[in-house]
Structures are given as C-alpha cells and as structure tokens.
Design a protein around this ligand. Structure first.
Ligand SMILES: O=C(O)CCC(=O)C(=O)O
Ligand SMILES: [Fe+2]
Length: 360
C-alpha cells in the first residue's frame, strides 16, 4: 500500500493555486521580517567581499568581433578565450542592442508583474515546456526554501510566443529576442574559433537554427531583511550561454576562484555567462559558472536572463575534435537537451549541478 502523505500548508496552497507571489506578499504591507518559509540561512563565510580588490571582470567589445583587421580580430579572440577560460562570465559592450530597447524590455516585464494577480495566474503551469510560465520561487512544489522572486518565462525560439498584456510586450519582446539572438549567434561563432574549430561548428552541431531561446524575467521585490532571504540560490544555467540585462539595482554574484564576487555590471552592457551545455560540448575546457542573485531592501530589482541552447532534440556530447586534441575521453554521458531540462527541474537536482549526475 502506498504510504499516506500529509500535505503541508505549502503544498496545499500550491495545489489550490493560492500560492502568493512574493510581489503580492511583499506589497501586502507590514512585512518587517522574512516569513519562515522564505528564510534562507546563508553561510557567513560565503559572503561576497565588498572590499575584494580583484574586480577585474572581463569586458569584451563586441564591435571588435566584427573587425575585418586580422590583428584586431586575433586580439579580441584572445581576450574572449581568456574570459571564457578564467571567468566564464563577461560584460559585452558596443553590442548594438539599443539602450532604449533594453529599457523598454525591462518596462514591459515590469508591466506584466504589475498586472492583477488573477491575470498573471492563468500562466501558472507545472509543465516544463509550456511556452509561457508565470510563477514564484523556482519549483515551489519541491523548493525547501521559497525564493524571493517571481518569474515570467516565455519561449521565444524556435517559435516566438507572446502575451496580449501588458500593451507593448509583444512588439518589444519580439524585437528584443531577435537582437539578443543575433548577438548570441556571433558570440558562438567567435567562441568556436577560440576553441580552434570552424566558426560555424557550434551552430551546426547544436542545430542552432532550431535552437532554444527563452526570455526569463525575474522580479525581486525589496526585502525587509535581505541577509535572510535569497533571490536565486547558487546554480549554473542550462544551455550554451545566457545573456542577461537588469534594471541597475545590482544583486548578481558570481563565483570566481572559490569566492563570491559582486558583479558590478557596466550600465547598458550585456552580461554573458557560459552554461552547462558549453561545458559538455567543450569537455570541461569552458566551464558553466556558479552564480546567484541576492536581494536588497531599497527597491525592486528586475533582471531578464535569456538562455540560449541547442534544439531540444539535440543530444549533446563532447566535440570529437576537442576530445582528440585533449587526449582524454568525454567527461559526460550524452543526453538530449530536453531530457537535461526535465532532469534539472526535478527534485534530484535540487541545489546541485546536473552535470554531476551525468558525469562519466
Ligand atoms: O537576476 C540575476 O542577476 C540572475 C538571474 C539568473 O541567474 C537566472 O535567471 O538564471
Ligand atoms: Fe542563472
């Protein structure tokens, strides 16, 4: 006989679809501390050091990647390879995505989160690949601690999806997703070259024309006691690379050489990070990087992370050319991107890297 399971209040709330968004809770007034379900005890030895002088985060000038001068191109590819090897995170400047488009994208996402809760709730879903998903925390059914963030995830490639509300969301997100994908395509070409591969190697082997792209907006309300809550706990991203924009409040922290570093992004730069499938494809040469989002008590923060991956059917394995060059066997078992995503959302990967689970 199956064991009897007594649902907790939290699971009951979720089942009845009553789970408060953190925005609603934070705005309900009178919240002077972090409710127990959201209390995240971070390790005091694991804080980002505000005074750490080692803040030479890499900056890549995207316009130089387009340079026709061989010397300039060689120099920028050298810098990009260094950024990928040493940080796995970099800022992209002169990327050509208009500042006004980035601002409008943040504004329409803010507009979505400002909609009445009943209108947002129609997008609540348990299905991994529903094209539009609104929710709170990460996976509120399995999260042991609820996260201080709400999210809106909209798949924008290979098929573009959109929302009728708020006004402008559709047009702005269409243009934004296209422009960001163009940047991602150029970056993948350059990254292929830094690996000594043909420029279109990643595009071809990852079926990029059907590649996955998602607009994942995070809303982190101001928090009365930010030390005791977390926006997103340490994680690595799925896919090949993520491009992120934010509303200037700060809060992204990146693990570098075993220490947490505040990612002080240059205004209007794009933040790029390498993700799990880049690590699989390059057989550990380029690593996906642990990062997290902390919250603040001043004002809401919005970030929009845009993960880019192979097509969902692509079984990602180490590039044979790199395996041969490295002289060591593939480090990971091949898994389709779709199955990887399913795995990542499951309780089995809670707070740890899915890469560990598929390591050979
Ligand atoms: O909000 C941020 O700065 C980080 C967001 C993030 O890591 C994610 O959505 O995967
Ligand atoms: Fe992330």
């Amino acid at each position: 006989m199956a064991p009897v399971v007594f649902p907790t209040q939290k699971t009951e709330d979720i089942q009845q679809n009553k789970m408060a968004s953190i925005k609603e809770l934070a705005e309900s007034g009178g919240l002077t501390s972090v409710p127990s379900e959201y209390t995240f005890a971070s390790n005091p030895n694991d804080q980002a050091d505000q005074h750490d002088p080692d803040h030479s985060m890499p900056t890549i000038d995207f316009s130089l990647l387009m340079s026709t001068s061989p010397d300039q191109r060689a120099k920028i590819l050298h810098d990009l390879r260094k950024a990928c090897e040493e940080w796995g995170f970099f800022m992209l400047i002169n990327h050509g995505v208009p500042e006004s488009l980035m601002k409008n994208m943040i504004d329409v996402c803010q507009g979505f989160f400002n909609l009445p809760e009943e209108e947002k709730k129609v997008y609540q879903s348990r299905n991994l690949l529903d094209p539009i998903k609104y929710g709170t925390s990460f996976n509120a059914e399995i999260d042991k601690v609820l996260l201080w963030r709400d999210f809106l995830k909209v798949i924008s490639h290979p098929r573009f999806h959109s929302l009728p509300k708020p006004e402008g969301y559709s047009e702005v997100s269409l243009e934004f997703s296209k422009r960001i994908r163009e940047v991602a395509t150029e970056l993948l070409r350059a990254i292929s070259e830094t690996l000594g591969l043909e420029a279109d190697y990643i595009e071809k082997s990852m079926n990029w024309d059907q590649g996955f792209q998602m607009l994942a907006a995070n809303y982190y309300p101001a928090c009365p006691d930010p030390e005791n809550a977390i926006g997103i706990p340490p994680h690595t991203d799925h896919g090949l690379l993520t491009i992120l924009i934010q509303n200037g409040m700060g809060g992204l922290q990146v693990q570098h050489k075993g220490k947490w570093v505040n990612w002080n992004a240059i205004p209007n730069s794009l933040v790029v990070n390498l993700a799990d499938h880049m690590q699989i494809l390059t057989n550990d040469k380029y690593k996906s990087v642990w990062h997290r989002a902390v919250v603040n008590n001043r004002a809401p923060r919005i970030s929009i992370a845009v993960p880019h991956g192979p097509s969902l059917e692509t079984v990602v394995v180490a590039a044979p050319e790199l395996v041969e060059k490295q002289g060591r066997p593939p480090a990971y078992k091949g898994l389709s991107y779709h199955d990887f995503l399913e795995y990542q959302q499951s309780a089995k990967c809670y707070m740890k890297s899915c890469l560990d689970a598929i390591r050979l």
